[in-house]
Write a protein that binds this ligand. Sequence first.
Ligand code: SAH
Length: 344
Amino acid sequence: MELTRQQQYKKMFPDQPVWRWEQIERAFFNPQITNWLDITTISADLRASLTQNLPWLTVTPDKLFTSRDQQTYKALLALIDGEKIETVLMKNKRGQWSVCVSSQVGCAMNCSFCATGRMGLRRNLTSDEIADQLRYWFYFLRDKKITERVSNIVMMGMGEPLANYDNVVTALWQWLHHTDIGANHITVSTVGLMPFLKKILEDKDWPPVRLAISLHSANETLRKKIVPSTGANFLAELAAWVKEYLKIKGSNKRHITFEYILLRGVNDSARDAKTLADFVMKTGRIKVNLIPFNDINDARLERSPGADEFAKILTSCGVTTTVRQSAGADIMAACGQLAGDDRN
Ligand code: SAH
């Protein structure tokens, strides 16, 4: 397995104190510092040696796409081995920026409506490659002299974060330790891999970030069809897990969201809405985020025209419901459209 920058550093300089690396890592997230030589808090010798041996940034911009309204940017980033991933920067409701990061090259989950799934899984990203996507956008904003800060991070790009658990946790802690973005402003979105959800309950190192679970159907048979990674007895296990999570980790701030993509004629009927509302009310304090389907060039799949009606039913059943604003569809940067290629 490839060593992280920190592991390589430790190998090169086994006698350096721990806080030295902390100092270096802090510099990574200061956009005014653009290479090893700029880290003036460390010796010139150390800087020179790091310049020779360690990559300053593990992602290199390959292509940049700008939406017509200039509110969304998508970058195709090349990794050191030539693989490519996508990351997105978008203006949010507060007038600040949200960054959407990838956790894997491709994805093994193969959800029927997602472009990334069609690539299959190529490999996990390292913790550096995950963390550096944020750094890429920090430098981007600085270069463009844009002053609004990045206030939110969503791990909703390519890949299934919990299938790359350790590297995701390491990257999350880098952000939490070295940026002003708080845990309540970071959301990890997962398809709901049960063994890893259970691990979170026991893991003292799991950071206090928010979780979004891609539910997409509260009917077991239908969910299995559109989300093939659905394990046996998924809904019952999820309901039990949510109760446990809220008991152990829950607070108003660390709530869970269920994501629900609305596909015409698949999961968007009034009956689907009621089934979902029943499940949510039975499960606990779960907000539902309805996601308009974004086109992925598959004639069998269409956006549901009934999002408002669907939301109304949920709300009337007592479920807190929001409908996601889709951004960047004109540059294929919207949810589910990230595929690591350069079609546009
Ligand atoms: N693997 C993770 C994170 C990546 S997807 C997960 O499944 O949650 C982030 C969100 O975008 C998920 O809720 C996913 O279901 C949704 N999504 C995927 N394809 C989409 C599409 N074509 N249109 C809209 N949303 C999509």
